[in-house]
Design a binder for this molecule. Structure first.
Ligand SMILES: [Fe+2]
Length: 326
């Protein structure tokens, strides 16, 4: 039925509900009273995203393989995107977040660009790699966390001797959902370096993280252990950052919360049981705790875990909930 042919009288005086429904469909409306396959509302969060887990050994080997086969001249970013195995998904690691392992060889440069999505890097193995962010060269050494907030120019290079590896984290799936995507290549290829920064709001060194953890007290309720937050509220409000230190033998209380988390293991070894699935993690691994899934963390060795989350978005929107499950 052609909606433009439907008159006001057709709408106000339809002979029965089926006819009205048909006429409404032609006008781009669906009555709220008809049954539908997928409800519009449901009692609590329900996600297809899984507690996916990527093992560092495999990913590192794959990056070594890629390092032999493709250079940064062809691959602007030599990275491996961690795709959560949800039907139809080829980007997102968690609902609002994407992660990728990236590697760069000594002497290589990865050209500068800028984009709306916010990005960060967790440096897993590097001595001498760097990011240039808006003209400032930020060293990226093992254990550092480096931010490239949305629309900051950023490129990467490597002055060291050994191949460097890190984990990227971005809010691309959230930008896809909300649609304000912008991206631009730098006109010079690699942006000019104006200075090397020693104190930047965009770089949290391993030593800085350790010293903050040394001063942190374990959360009194036992859910998170010793945990610090890096404040990203001004620079990249869609991605919250926590780093937690769990001593060998640490056992967290189980909980679930209305936010998505991606963890990356910076040190140690342990186990997280997520929605009944056991993830045995060790250095360099990445795993996901999706929205509202029960999680119970434990550490078998002294461990440090980075995590990124959309918790702050959930809090801002007033969707946040947290529930103890013991
Ligand atoms: Fe980028």
């Amino acid at each position: 039925m052609d909606g433009s042919q439907i008159t006001l009288d057709d709408l106000s005086n339809a002979p029965d509900l089926d006819t009205l429904t048909e006429r409404l469909a032609a006008k781009g409306m669906t009555p709220g009273w008809i049954p539908r396959e997928q409800p519009i509302l449901w009692p609590e969060p329900s996600t297809d995203f899984t507690p996916a887990h990527w093992k560092w050994g495999e990913c590192r080997a794959a990056m070594d393989g890629a390092g032999k086969l493709i250079g940064t001249d062809l691959a602007e970013r030599r990275n491996l995107i961690l795709r959560n195995p949800v039907e139809g998904n080829d980007v997102a690691t968690a609902r609002t977040l994407v992660n990728a392992y990236q590697t760069i060889l000594p002497g290589e440069e990865a050209r500068s660009h800028r984009h709306a999505p916010h990005a960060l890097r967790v440096i897993l193995e590097s001595e001498g790699a760097w990011s240039v962010v808006n003209g400032d060269k930020h060293p990226m050494n093992t254990g550092d966390i480096v931010l490239t907030p949305g629309w900051c120019w950023h490129g990467h290079g490597h002055d060291g001797q050994d191949q460097a590896y890190w984990l990227d984290g971005l809010d691309v799936p959230m930008v896809h959902l909300m649609e304000p995507m912008f991206v631009e290549e730098h006109p010079d290829g690699m942006e000019p370096i104006e200075k090397t920064t020693s104190d930047s709001p965009y770089r949290f060194t391993w030593d800085m993280t350790q010293s903050k953890l040394d001063k942190a007290t374990p959360d009194p309720d036992g859910f998170f252990g010793r945990r610090i937050a890096y404040d990203t509220s001004d620079s990249m409000p869609t991605i919250g950052i926590y780093v937690q230190r769990w001593d060998a033998g640490f056992q967290a209380r189980p909980y679930r919360c209305a936010a998505n988390f991606v963890y990356c293991v910076m040190q140690g070894e342990g186990r997280s049981v997520i929605d009944g699935e056991t993830v045995d993690w060790s250095f360099g691994d990445t795993f996901v705790v999706p929205m509202w899934k029960r999680v119970e963390h434990s550490a078998s060795q002294d461990s440090v875990l980075f995590s990124m989350t959309d918790e702050h978005v959930m809090r801002f929107c007033k969707y946040w909930r947290f529930e103890a499950l013991d």
